[in-house]
Design a protein around this ligand. Structure first.
Ligand code: UDX
Length: 434
């Protein structure tokens, strides 16, 4: 099929490239000419495992030509289906900001006014329940001067892509959720996803757009709450002198619990969990319901950096100390520091009078815009040399190999927030929840 994808962030570029790989003809529309030029030169504008190969194969000079990019919305007119993959940031009160989506829908609707035949628009971005039906569809109808369900169709297809494995997650989904508010849009969505469903043998969930939107939030909120629950239990274990990882391994054998997302520690960050949990909590409150478990999950998550710092303060007088912070990215495998637990840890150290030397294999440049007055080291050993204490905030594999580097510390005190450093003689070691 002829597809158009509006937006070339890590979701839009991944979606466009993977659909081209599945055999569709895809045009990726973005307002940024540099991004468009990058894709058309065969280079992805974002860092994702597997994406360079796909963009080179389908947009590169001697590629299949099934993927191209443009700034011109009129390219939509030569396609059958359009995916909206635009940012949905959060407002200061945690509620969702739909302004970029509305602006995209406005331009898309105005473009569709010139298209005589049917077109299906699919919302891919994470939007709170009701957004597609009550906000996006009316904008499309007004701008295109067409009636939804007659002149155009609308669907909602949430993404479940993790940063660092977005391509693999797209091509090997545990489910494909197709939310549609009219039958013709549903038929178009089935056709678009047919090659993926066949190749990945993935179960398909067909529903309406509101339910599809809620499935996305429930998925992320449940995962975030699962981590906060194991952190809650991990904090109890720490107080009782029990290794929470031994407990987690055992309860993970119960297939009603499952072994994934039971790694307790300094908590969850990233561009999705914090934003999505805040948005669904705000949406619930707007309806007069107080989601106590989700609010508790956020509270526990926000408390983990403090617990890490108080463990460190048990061994080090932080006022005037120099502390090594190992890890800045919100998780390993990415350079993304949005909502990383390293940020409150660094600010907490500085509030206690410590100076900070931080190291991360790839995220240093991004960290500079989030925290000030930090010395950045180009290696863990450099950060640790003569440090009065160290905290581990991101579970990079390379930190597991550290050993004699701790002996170069002024005081070898290590508080591990991610269960990545081996406890051993010669260092004062504290595990956050073990
Ligand atoms: C998440 C969801 O997994 C994905 O399905 C959704 O589409 C986007 O949000 P992502 O934010 O990329 O993906 O990261 P993820 O791998 O889920 O980790 C989120 C956070 O939880 C990270 O900070 C990670 O360190 C933390 N985490 C994860 C834990 O603290 N413990 C765990 O056991 C697992």
């Amino acid at each position: 099929m002829q597809l158009s994808v509006i937006g070339s962030g890590y979701v839009g570029t991944t979606v466009a490239s993977c659909f081209a790989d599945l055999g569709h003809e895809v045009v990726n529309v973005d307002i940024d000419q540099e991004i468009v030029d990058s894709i058309n030169s065969g280079t992805p504008p974002v860092h994702e495992e597997g994406l360079p190969e796909l963009v080179a194969e389908h947009a590169g000079a001697d590629g299949t030509g099934r993927l191209r990019a443009t700034t011109d919305y009129d390219a939509v007119l030569d396609t059958d289906v359009t995916f909206l993959c635009l940012p949905t940031p959060q407002n200061d009160d945690g509620s969702i900001d739909l302004s970029i989506m509305e602006a995209g829908a406005t331009r898309l609707g105005a473009t569709l006014a010139a298209k005589p035949d049917w077109h299906t628009v699919i919302v891919k971005s994470t939007v709170v329940p009701g957004s597609t039906e009550d906000v996006i569809t009316p904008v499309l109808a007004a701008e295109s001067e067409k009636t939804a369900g007659e002149g155009f169709g609308v669907g909602m297809n949430p993404e479940f892509l993790r940063e660092g494995s977005a391509v693999d997650d797209f091509l090997n989904p545990d489910k494909v959720v197709l939310g549609a508010d009219d039958d013709r849009a549903r038929r178009d969505m089935r056709a678009v996803f047919e090659p993926l469903v066949a190749r990945a043998d993935a179960p398909v969930v067909e529903t309406d757009t509101r339910t599809a939107e809620m499935i996305k939030y429930a998925n992320n909120a449940f995962l975030a709450a699962k981590i906060s629950l194991i952190n809650d239990l991990g904090n109890i274990c720490k107080e009782l002198g029990i290794d929470s990882y031994e407990v987690a391994d055992a309860i993970g054998l119960d297939d009603r619990i499952g072994e994934q997302f039971l790694r307790s520690g300094v908590g969850w960050g990233g561009s999705c969990f914090p934003k999505d949990v805040a948005a669904i909590v705000a949406a619930a409150k707007r309806e007069g319901y107080d989601p106590a478990v989700l609010e508790a999950a956020v509270e526990i998550n926000e408390g983990q950096p403090e617990r890490l710092l108080s463990l460190l303060a048990d061994h080090v007088d932080l006022d005037g100390a120099r502390i090594a912070v190992l890890g800045l990215a919100f998780k390993p495998g990415t350079d993304d520091v949005r909502n990383s637990r390293a940020i409150p840890v660094i600010r907490g150290l500085q509030e206690r009078g410590a100076t900070v030397t931080a190291y991360d294999p790839v995220a240093t440049d991004n960290a500079r815009e989030y925290v000030a007055d930090v010395e950045y080291a180009d290696a863990a050993a450099t950060a640790l040399a003569d440090a009065d204490g160290a905290v581990v905030v991101t579970d990079w594999d390379e930190f597991a190999a550290l050993d004699e580097e701790f002996d170069a510390m002024a005081a070898p005190v290590v508080v591990d927030g991610r269960r990545v450093v081996e406890r051993r003689d010669g260092i004062t070691y504290e595990g956050l929840t073990w």
